[in-house]
Design a protein around this ligand. Sequence first.
Ligand code: IMP
Length: 511
Amino acid sequence: MATILPDVSRTFSEYLLIPRLTRKRQTAASVDLSTPLSRRTKGEGARFNMNIPIVSACMQAVSGGDLSIALARQGGLAFVFCSQPIQSQVEMVYQVKTHKAGFVTSDSNVTPETSLAALIELMKQTGHSTIAVTEDGSATGMFLGLITDNDFWEFEDDLSGAVKDYMTALENVIYGIEGLSLKSANQLLHKSKKECLPILDDAGRLNSLVFKKDYVDHRRHPMELLDDTKRLCVGAAVNTHDYKDRAPALVEAGADALCFDSSDGFTEYQKEGIDWIRDNFGNDIIIGGGNIVSAEGFDYLVKDGNVDFVKVGMGGGSICITREQKGVGRGQASALLDVVARRDEYFEETGIYIPVCSDGGLANDTQIVVALSMGADFVMMGRYFAMTEESPTPRTSINGQIYKPYWGEGTTRAQNWQRYDDAMSSRVMMFEEGVDAYVPLVGSLANVMATTLYKLKSTMVNVGADSLADFKKNAILTLVSEQSVVEAGTSTVFQFSSNRELEGKSWGNRD
Ligand code: IMP
C-alpha cells in the first residue's frame, strides 16, 4: 500500500504572519531585500546575489528580452524561455547583455539627402528623437551631424526638404573620441548641456552614441542587477533534451545563470544535465534545478554538489493543470516547508547553503511575503509578469478592457515551436498540462513592482526584520480558519471607495 503522509497539502493563503517588535529605527526604506542565487559555504558570501527576491518564469508569454531588461533594472533576474530555437534564445540573452552599457550603437541613421518625411517616419518607428547623420546612412559611416525633432516643425516645414538643410553639422556638434571613458563622456554631456554625445573614431566614423537620458535612468535605478562589467544580468532556461548544444551557446552569449525548466526535476535526466554543465563550465555559471516538492527530491538534486539553487512547485501555477491531468503535485506551502526544512538540516550537516525558489501559484503580494517568510530565498512568477507592458505578448482588447495572452509551457501552443526544430521534433504531445488564457494588463513592470516591493518591506518591518535572512528567522506564522478569513475581509460594510476598484486592477486579484 502507498504511504500516506500525515499532513494535508497546504497553500499560502492558509497562513498569516504574527507581528513582532518593530524598532523605532526600522522603516521600509531601510529594509535590505538582497538574496543569494548561488550555493554558499558557511562563513562565505554567495557567488551571485540578486537585489530583490524575485525572478520571472521561463515562459514564452513572460521572459522575453524587454521584460528581462525591465526586471534586471529593478534588481531581479529573468529566465529567458527555452521553448524556442537555440539561436532566438541566444539573441534575447544578447539583447539584455548589450543593453545600454552607456555607449549605444546607433540603430537608426539617415544620410544628408534623406527627406524630412522619411526622417519623421523613422523617428515614429524607433521612438528616437535624435538621429545621427552619416555619409552612407549606416551606423559606422562618416559622421556628418545630428538631427533632432527640435530642428524642424513637422506641420510648418516642407517635408520634402532634405535633412542636410536642418541638421546640426559636424563643426557645431560636441563629440567624443573612441576610448573616452563613460564617466568622461557623461561629464562632457553635463558641461555642454546636450542630450546626446556622438563618439567618433580617429577617421571621423561614427562609433556610438551616449545619451543623457541613459545616465539619468541609471541614477534612478540604483538597484539594477549588473555583472562585473556593468552589463545587466539575465538568466536562461535549458531543457534535458538539448542542453549539450543550448547551454554552451547561452554561456557564450553571456547568460549569468542557467536553470533547468521542468515540471518534474526529480529525474536522472536532470541530474545528468546539471552534472554535465558543471563539468563543462565549472563554477563560473550558476545552475538551478527543479522542480521538486519534497525533501527526497532536494537530496537527490543536491548530492554531488553541482546544483546552485532548487525550484519548488508542482501544480500550483495559475495556468497549470498538472494535478488534474496526472494526479501529481503538492500544495505549494507544504512543498516549500518540506524542502526548506531539509535545506536547513543539510546546511547544519554540511555547512553548505542552497537557495530555494518558490515557483508558481502566487496569487497576490501577501503570498509572496508568506513564501519568503517560510524560507524561500526568492520567488518565481509567471502571471505577475505576463500582466505587464513589457511581457512579450501583444495587447488585446476584449469588451473594452485591455488583456494580454498568457499560456502555460505545457500547452500545445507553447510546444508547437518544436515542429520547427529538428532536435526536438521527435517529441509528441499526448495531453496538455497547461491552459491558454488571458490576463488583464496592469501597467509597467516598474510600477507594479514598486507596490509589491514596498508591501514586502512594510511587512518585514511589522515582523521587526531588517533583511530577508532576519525575516525568515523572526517570522511566526499561524494557520487560519475559514472564519478568520471572513473576519479579515470587509464583507460587513458597503464600500464606495475607489481604492478597492483600483485594487481590482492590480495583479493580485486572482482569487
Ligand atoms: P504563475 O506564476 O502562477 O503563473 O506560475 C508560473 C509557473 O507555472 C512557472 O514558473 C512554471 O513552474 C509553471 N508552469 C508554466 N507552464 C506550465 C504548464 O503548462 N503547466 C504547469 N505548470 C506550468
